[in-house]
Structure formats: C-alpha cells, structure tokens
Design a protein. Sequence first.
Length: 430
Amino acid sequence: MGKLISFDIVFANQPPIFYSGQSVSGTVIVNLRDAMKMRGIRARIHGRAYSHVEVQQTREYDDGQGGTRTESYTEYYREYETYLDHQVTIFGKEVGDRHGQNPVLPAGQHAFNFSFVLPPHLKMPSSVELGHCNIRYMIVGTIDKPWKFDHIAKRAFTLLESIDCNDPSLSQRPFPLQNEKFLCCLCCQSGPLKVTANIDRCGYCPGEGILLNAECENLTNRAMRGIRAKLVRLVKWKARGYNDHRSSDYFEIKSPGEIAEGQSFSWSNQLIQIPAVTPTITSCGLISIKYEFQIAVIVPGGINLNLVFPITIGTIPLRPSGMAASAPYYRESIDGAMEIREHDDSEYVMGGLTFAPMYAYANNYQPSLQQGGPPVPAQPPAQLPVQPLAQPPLQPPPIMQPPQPTAQYPPENPAPVVQYPPGPPPSNMA
C-alpha cells in the first residue's frame, strides 16, 4: 500500500465561479498513511483553450505485386492557447533549490492554503467544455518527489468573461425583419408568402426569455407546413491550420398545424426561455461560439422562408431600471459534465476529473417591451428541463481559513509565506 491516502483541492468559494479581478482561494489537502519525503508541494493556476481537429487523409502504398493501393487514415491535430500559468510553493523547497535536505511531511492529514488573484484587465474567455474543444481553468496541486513520479491533484473552476446584458448594445431592440417569396408552378405564379418578426433585445442571459412577435401570411395557392423558431449555437474551432465546426439546436417551437392557403398565423409576445447554454465566445483565438435565433416558414417541397436574428449570450443578466443588483443565480451547463483528464495525464492524477461549468442564470425572469417598463403578459415559456439552482454571492465569501500565501498574476512576490499547519482540516474532507 502506498503512503498517499488522498490528495485533493477544496475551493473556498462554493460553487467555484469567478470573474476577472477576483481571488481564487482554497486549500490543498494531503492525507498520508506514512511520512513522505518530498521536495515540496506546489499550487498552480492554469487556464487555456484547447482544440482538437481530426482530418481524414489518404495515401498510396506498394501492394508488393508491382502495383499500388490506397488507404484512408486519420491525422489528429491539437493546439493550445494559454491565458494563465503561475505556480507557488506552499510547502517545502522552492523549485530548483538544491541546498539542504528535502523535507519530510509526517503521516496524517495536512491542509495548505493558496490564493491567486485573477488579472482584472486581462480578457479571458468563459469556461467551455465541448469535447473536441474546451476553455478550461484549473488549480493543480503537485507533490514534487525526488527520483520518483510526482503526485498530481486537479480541480477545475468556472471563469466567466464579463458580458453585461445591461450594455446598450445588448439591451436595445434589433430592427424588425421581414422576408417574402413567390412560389412558381410551371407558368403559374401564386401570391407571395410573407413573414415578419421582431424580438425584444440583442443580448440575453440564460434564464431570460426571447420575447417573440411574428406573423406568417400565406397568399400562395398551397398550404405551408407551419412556422418554427429555434435558438442555434454555432461553434467553430481550429488547430494547426485545420478547421472544424458544429451547430446545435437548443429548443424549437412550432405552429400547431399547417397554414392553409390564404390564411395567416402569428405569435404575440411568445416567451422562449433560454437554457444554461455557454456564453458567446469571441475573445479566443482557437474557438468561436455565436448564436442565432432562427425563424422559418416550412415550405413543402421547396426552400424554407427564413429570418435570422444574431444574438449574444451574456454572463450578467438584465437589471430593470432603478433596481439594485441582486445576488446572481448559477446553473450547470446544459451540455453536462465532461472528463477533464488530459491526454498526457498519468494514472496518478487525483481530484475532480469530471467538470461542468456553471453559468449565470436569471431566476423568475419577467419580460418587458422596454427596459424599465411594465411586465408584458406573455404566453407560457417554451423551456427545457433544468437542474436545481445554485445561488452563491458574486463576491467570494469568507474562506474556510484566511490564506496566507497570495499570488498576484503576473506575480509580485513569487515566494509566499506559508501557514503550516493551518489547523483542523475542513469538515467535509475529514
């Protein structure tokens, strides 16, 4: 049996959700069955984007009979973009210190505090976990052992880029859209098929709703299969010069039946609630995430008549005029938890190896046609099943034990004072 029983990281802020300028604080917990000799224990804050593109290729080879054959194979390309990478020593010798004996940590459970201040002016994209690409922020603990493999513990946290839906560019109403087309059958042209629509804003936070007004006028000589509206996420990523993309539909509402010839159909103040989707990402060099609200009249046997509203998904909900900001709510990403073990991680990595980002969520949202105006009677929202809400304060609460080591990024003093032992470990780690 090994000397290490457990090695983990506990964040002071629960759930661990942060914006730029805030402190990421917590405790590294080491539980030993027997005393362990080591160089030291490190805490590292690391944030980066990762993209992975698979490319199908073909090649020819000699078949051994004077001819050639062609086979297909897959090449894998990976690329990283780093935003944060700083490490501090919280026990033992500094990295590169070759003087004196290596310290011995006695058997038992030990707690070491850490605190990193996120740079207030560095534009970092929000946490995203999407399989072939991700934007991930972590605290990584390392037990640096001489002549042996190191023990690693990692825990991911959510970082949210500040995208404020109160900004005038997002809170204003976009121009109404309209489109029409004529359907031709041989030499006979029917009347036009028309669609008009407007929505109440350019930007939304999860939990808020798109207030839709739309009308389809069918002056053709055939019935339309209906009209539908949906939110579409468009993800693009690249690696080593190769590109990939994917689109996802998050909800869809549809008229109850066909729109007969000479008839019309309309939605009035139809509220469509936005689930906990990833925020818009435009500040990453590898990954782009954008959203469209699409409306389509479904034309049988032809090309649909479409309207597209580009919208932004933000991280700070709209605040009615004259009202103070309330404590935000957060909800786990609708994409669910992902495995965060890296492709080059060893079997000795511990801690939290699955992670789902949490996004700001507007609870009990009441729409209004104008910011600060009275609530608008709306049809029941179209929404997906959701998980229970979490409600941490925006600013980090008092941490379990006031951390002595503090690392600024970029660092002002890379050698913090370590408080050890820090007292009894947190009760949830006992």
